[in-house]
Design a protein around this ligand. Structure first.
Ligand code: ADP
Ligand code: ASP
Ligand code: MG
Length: 402
């Protein structure tokens, strides 16, 4: 079998752990498989580099950030390859560019356009273990790009899809996908399987165990994706797969939490046709990902407009909002909120799921500020101080530990 393995930051966080990863790879190689391993930077490294950059500039150029941040994964890939070679296993490390990963030029959040797998195939033919530095590629202008935070997951899935690997195993510090973050709710239960769509919702709603775009890509290219642990590699992980491969469809499969949310309140907005269009067009043009939106019923020709944005977009949002200052009484930004969400394909065909969520909140006296729903999810904006409590309450009300 051809296996693409990915090892996250914690899994390569120390030299001992890099050796542990080498041992996992050696074992898989000894079992007769071909291996391409994608690695992240050592844990904390990417944040440290961002910190360094911010010492010199409030907003460094994205192109320079990419040059800087991509170095973290190159360090680990080379170290891992050095270790394997020394231990009698032929291996070679590649940067994203060398691995043939071509992206667009949206620096710091580049999209993969295609992968030229020639070099990878030649090395596989020579029976080498290939180590690829995750999170990065090269633009058509020949500059180094990065794929957004958590982007090594995407590198692994994209390579697995392009080279038609039999499986893509994402090794991290938990042994699979749980009904919620096991660090918040110790009673969380590990799932054997989860559908691409549910995983996509969980990831985009804050469960960082897999990067959203990697799940999107896995679905598109039909990659057999497995989430498992490098600390307990003998334990089987969770398979992320097509909905039809899952026999038993639970009503609710998981709870996600996202603390990186800001609630923007625009009070007494002039209630004229076109005002919402101009506000949200301006936000879209600034590349701000607006999530939940509510508008209250107008009183005296004025209405309140509330919406949420990712914390990272606060400054750009404030900049954009300057244009509208004359159309509103005031605008406030509340950072002390979070978004808690219930995800499950079973919701499509069952009623009462939302009511249950709201009563779980009511029982804990948690005020829900904004609600939004889709076919397979219910999201609520609440005060951040209730974040963990709300996750546990929801986990409980749907009996997810059973
Ligand atoms: P890596 O550094 O390996 O990429 P991440 O820190 O990005 O790992 O993701 C792993 C973490 O995701 C876990 O430590 C866990 O706290 C968190 N997590 C959040 N939601 C879930 C979930 N539903 N199942 C498993 N882990 C989850
Ligand atoms: N090192 C990058 C990050 O911390 C990419 C990754 O680990 O997947 O976001
Ligand atoms: Mg990650």
């Amino acid at each position: 079998m051809l296996k693409v393995l990915k090892f996250g930051g914690t899994s390569v966080g120390t030299l001992e752990r890099i050796q542990n990863v080498a041992n996992i790879i050696k074992k898989i190689k000894d079992e007769g498989h071909d291996v391409i391993a994608v690695v992240s930077a050592m844990s904390g490294e990417t944040n440290k580099l961002i910190e360094y950059a911010s010492h010199f500039a409030k907003k460094p150029k994205d192109i320079e950030l990419d040059m800087l941040l991509s170095s973290g994964e190159r360090v680990t890939s080379a170290l891992l390859s050095i270790a394997l070679n020394e231990q009698g296993y032929e291996s070679i490390s590649y940067s994203g560019r060398e691995a043939g990963i071509v992206t667009n030029d949206e620096h710091t959040k580049a999209r993969i356009e295609h992968i030229n797998t020639d070099k990878l195939k030649v090395s596989l033919k020579k029976n080498k273990i290939i180590i690829v530095a995750g999170f990065q590629g090269v633009s058509s202008e020949g500059r180094i790009t990065t794929l957004g935070r958590g982007g090594s997951d995407l590198t692994a899935v994209a390579i697995a899809g392009a080279i038609k690997a039999d499986v893509c195993e994402i090794y991290t510090d938990v042994d699979g996908i749980y009904t919620t973050d096991p660090r918040i709710e110790p009673k969380a239960r590990k799932l054997d399987k989860i559908s691409y769509d549910e995983m996509l919702e969980l990831a985009s709603l804050g469960a960082k165990v897999l990067q959203t775009r990697s799940v999107e890509m896995a679905k598109k290219l039909n990659v057999n994706l497995v989430s498992r642990s490098s600390f307990t590699p003998e334990v089987e992980g969770t398979l992320i797969t097509k909905e039809e491969n899952i026999m038993e469809k639970p009503l609710v499969s998981g709870i996600a939490l996202d603390k990186n949310q800001i609630r923007v309140g625009m009070y007494k907005v002039k209630d004229t046709p076109g005002i919402a269009a101009s506000i949200f067009t301006a936000l879209a043009n600034a590349n701000i990902n607006v999530d939940m939106i509510v508008q209250t019923v107008a009183v005296d020709g004025k209405t309140d407009l509330d919406f949420t944005i990712p914390t990272a977009d606060l400054e750009i949002c404030q900049e954009v909002m300057k244009v509208f200052e004359n159309d509103v009484e005031n605008i406030d930004y509340n950072e002390d909120v979070c978004k808690v969400s219930v995800v499950g394909v079973g919701m499509k065909s069952h009623t009462g799921v939302a009511a249950k969520a709201f009563s779980a909140m009511a029982k804990e006296n948690i005020n829900i500020r904004i609600i939004s729903t889709s076919e397979i999810k219910i999201s609520m904006i609440i005060d951040e101080k209730y974040a963990e409590l709300s996750v546990r309450a929801l986990h409980d009300v749907y009996n997810l530990d059973k």
